[in-house]
Design a protein around this ligand. Structure first.
Ligand SMILES: Nc1ncnc2c1ncn2[C@@H]1O[C@H](COP(=O)(O)OP(=O)(O)OP(=O)(O)O)[C@@H](O)[C@H]1O
Length: 459
């Protein structure tokens, strides 16, 4: 699609010259000679032009007044002002109204082309962000948390209420796959900060030093490898939400820094001397029992109390089998559409089997099971054959070319416990050789070393 440019210029010769030039450059360009014409045409144009290039003073008034009225009417085009006698107060007002640039006449053509191209890029980026935000707010409503059980309806109600509360920090607790990530997005997209960014960090995925630099940013030369300055995730989330997943895995030194950042609403980059104010709401999630972590000394009590002022506990799926009646058809419809199939009938015996199962991986596991069943089923009805639910306990995990590792999947082990045991067995099998164990597990030596430290497996 050709990009649209709207020119407002009362000097007829200059106006025609600009129009011809930008049409030659492949712009879909339009010219108006007065503010009244420009206002009428701009208000009627859909979509709005990407860029407006306007003279400042026209015979029927100041283009700044027009820009102000259009902004109030929701116009988002990028504006560039061209003026013969721009004054400082004008340029200040233009920038305050969100104008892209303020150029003095005569402006060399190549400079003008560069500025117009920059404004078009900025306009496209804004529009993409707006589209994503709109899609997010349609997709992430509290009703997206499917399920008709009293427990799930209570979660939906809490999400609805808390999204309207101006909280600075909130804790989402629940086993893996219960929907903590989904709940965080719902809180963001239905809350007052939905126009701001949603920034996500998984605290279990990175080593401590990297997390610190990621969260707080750094100045050039703050540590070996810190070549330039870097705005951390706190700064990137300014005006929006910072979602800290697996906060229970955050090291205690960083827990203290996080608490200070939440309480003082400011951070200091690594190697920086300046306090930077940040206005972001923090949503943290954990599958751990944080109160027990406080008792064991691995989680700071002060951060725990701060985070738990607002708290949502997501119940495990096995405690709300009624929710399967909404979840299963929704996932069947989703994966059927992706696979181009028309599966509708969910046999009663299949639903009964799904309700009997205890879902250690919760809704994520259900999604995966339904995806497999949809992809492998033939005909209009789903087949129980492909459910392959592991109803024996313990559940055997195939050991490549060797004995089996047996793990109870009855809810007594968390995902971390399972990971710990798998790593422990693999290390034993390789007589403690880290490189060999990393090869067997298909991860880098660094990743395995980090996990070994995390689970204190080093002898
Ligand atoms: N009630 C629900 N309705 C619809 N989809 C759900 C629901 N709960 C979870 N899901 C979906 O299940 C998947 C897993 O959920 P999510 O990632 O939010 O879980 P989680 O609790 O954050 O897991 P983890 O602790 O492992 O990060 C996602 O695709 C999510 O959209």
């Amino acid at each position: 699609m050709t990009d649209t440019l709207f020119i407002i210029e009362d000097e007829a010769l200059l106006g025609q010259e600009l129009l011809r030039h930008f049409k030659r450059e492949n712009w879909d360009a339009t010219l108006a000679g007065t503010l009244a014409d420009a206002e009428r045409e701009l208000l009627a144009s859909t979509p709005q032009p990407l860029v407006v290039l306007s003279d400042m003073s026209l015979p029927d008034g100041s283009a700044l007044d027009l820009l102000e009225r259009l902004r109030e009417a929701g116009h988002r085009s990028e504006w560039i002002f061209l003026t013969g006698y721009g004054s400082v107060p004008d340029s200040v007002r233009a920038l305050r109204l969100g104008a892209h640039e303020f150029l003095e006449k005569p402006c060399p053509r190549d400079r003008l082309d560069l500025v117009v191209a920059g404004a078009a890029r900025a306009a496209r980026a804004h529009r993409r962000l707006e589209r994503e935000q709109q899609a997010g707010s349609q997709r992430y409503r509290p009703e997206a948390m499917l399920g008709d059980s009293p427990a799930n309806r209570q979660v939906q109600e809490l999400l609805r209420r808390l999204a309207q509360a101006p909280f600075t920090s909130l804790l989402l607790a629940g086993e893996t796959g219960t929907g903590k990530g989904l709940a965080a997005r719902i809180l963001h997209h239905t809350g007052a900060r939905s126009e701001g960014p949603f920034v996500h960090l998984n605290c279990a995925a990175l080593p401590r030093e990297l997390i610190e630099a990621e969260l707080f940013g750094h100045e050039a030369g703050a540590f070996t490898g810190a070549h330039g300055r870097h705005a951390g995730l706190f700064e990137q989330a300014d005006g929006g939400t910072l979602f800290l997943d697996e906060i229970g895995d955050l090291d205690t030194h960083l827990q203290a820094k996080l608490l200070t950042a939440i309480e003082e609403r400011s951070i200091r980059r690594l190697g920086g001397a300046r306090e930077i104010r940040v206005d972001a709401q923090i949503i943290a999630a954990t599958h751990r029992d944080l109160a027990a972590c406080v008792a064991q000394g691995s989680f700071r009590a002060d951060l725990y109390h701060r985070m738990s002022v607002f708290r949502i506990q997501l119940p495990p799926l096995r405690e709300r089998p009624q929710d399967l009646e909404q979840l299963v058809p929704a996932f069947v419809a989703e994966f059927s559409a992706i696979a181009g199939k028309e599966l509708q009938r969910i046999p009663d015996d299949m639903m009964a089997e799904l309700k009997r199962y205890n879902w250690p991986g919760n809704v994520r596991e259900l999604r995966n099971v339904i995806e497999r069943s949809v992809l492998l089923s033939e005909g209009p009805q789903l087949s129980t054959r492909w459910l392959q639910l592991c109803t024996t306990s313990p559940c055997p995990i195939a050991w490549p070319g060797g004995p089996m590792l047996e793990l109870p999947l009855d809810g007594s082990l968390t995902l971390d416990d399972i990971e710990r045991r798998v790593i422990e067995h693999t290390l034993d099998r390789h007589d403690g050789n880290l490189s060999a164990a990393a090869r067997t597990l298909g991860v880098s030596r660094e990743t395995l070393r980090y996990r070994v430290q995390k689970y204190a497996l080093q002898k």
